[in-house]
Write a protein that binds this ligand. Structure first.
Ligand code: ATP
Length: 328
């Protein structure tokens, strides 16, 4: 099937700054795709390249099989939801949502009907006559979403759309966005620096660093089989085991990652000393010293918790040791 978005060796340099550098990317039609990475890694520039607010300095971009270069943003069948929502403060909610249809010359009756439908979709029916200032942050976020959805884009670009919300609301909106995307079947491309958000919502994730994609895959692949130390460290809370430690444990002399929840306290295994115990509700996290390394161990709720300072033994399944591609 033709991908919704295809990047081939796409770069966007600003003078000496390589904001995006040689990115290859396929976003499948109907997919929830997350671009994940630290600040300055090039995610937003990629999104702006898809939207048409930026032009590549090299490479090619296709949207549903058509070359996008030279096609202005409003002709791309793509809409963006920005982090600051960019609502018009002087217009009421209905007019904010209907704005894109007004620009397209749709009649007042029709555009209000569509705007009402979009407000229902984001669970804000009846809020049309309010002004943006009379809504909560979460409600404004929903209006921004309705305003993009009313244009029935084939691709919806979301740039940290939940960044301004508090944790609880953000978690609620993550679930709502995911259900909405599933129900509408629209391709979502979502930018975030929050690994939990990317893993919980996306069908596939691209991890960015320094203007390039370091790994792409399903959340499970990225989490369980990170290719590099950067990915292991950025996604989830991995234990990174040095080549020396791996060799001393009888493994290969290479960097490896081991997830805290894959480590067990056992009667036999590597000797370690408990340095810290943190109760996290759903489980208990131990910080332990293993040789000269400090590891985290995630114990499930109900497990016996050793005291700080006690020697313990650790074991894990060999398939949970995952070697990195990094040169030593
Ligand atoms: P954040 O999460 O902070 O938004 P990001 O991963 O989205 O970061 P980008 O905004 O894409 O990163 O920026 C990538 C790099 O390109 C940064 O170093 C940034 O300073 C630079 N950059 C982006 N836009 C421009 C521009 N118009 N002129 C010069 N440099 C730019």
């Amino acid at each position: 099937m033709t991908p919704a978005v295809r990047f081939q060796k796409v770069s966007r340099h600003f003078g000496a700054v390589r904001a995006v550098d040689g990115v290859d990317l396929d976003v499948a039609s109907g997919e929830f795709f997350a671009m994940l990475g630290p600040s300055g890694s090039g995610k937003t520039t990629c999104l702006r390249l898809i939207a048409g607010f930026e032009q590549p300095t090299a490479g090619s971009i296709e949207i549903f099989g058509e070359r996008a270069e030279g096609v202005p943003p409003y002709r791309r069948n793509v809409n963006t939801v920005f982090q600051d929502y960019a609502l018009f403060p002087h217009l009421n909610i209905l007019d904010n949502v209907a704005y894109g249809l007004m620009v397209k010359g749709i009649s007042k009756t029709d555009r209000y009907k569509e705007a009402e439908k979009a407000l229902e979709l984001v669970k804000l029916p009846g809020y049309g006559s309010r002004k943006p200032s009379q809504l909560s942050g979460g409600q404004r976020q929903r209006v921004a979403l309705a305003r993009a959805l009313v244009n029935k884009p084939k691709v919806l670009l979301l740039d940290e759309p939940l960044g301004a919300l508090d944790l609880k609301l953000r978690e609620q909106m993550q679930e709502e966005l995911k259900s909405l995307q599933r129900a509408l079947g629209i391709t979502f491309v979502f930018v975030t620096h929050d690994q939990g958000e990317a893993l919980s919502m996306a069908d596939r994730v691209a991890v960015f660093n320094n203007g390039g994609i370091v790994q792409q895959g399903t959340p499970q692949e990225i989490y369980r089989r990170p290719k590099t130390r950067f990915v292991a460290d950025f996604v989830g809370s991995s234990n990174l085991l040095s080549p020396d430690l791996m060799a001393s444990l009888g493994g290969e002399r290479r960097w490896a990652s081991l997830r805290p929840e894959a480590v067990r306290v056992a009667s036999e295994g590597a000797e370690a000393v408990v340095e810290n115990v943190s109760f996290l509700g759903a489980g208990t996290r131990l910080a332990v010293e293993l040789g000269s390394a400090r590891l985290h161990v995630m114990l499930p709720a109900g497990a016996d918790v050793p005291d700080v300072g006690t020697p313990i033994r650790l074991s894990w399944n060999s398939q949970d040791i995952h070697y990195m591609d990094d040169a030593a």
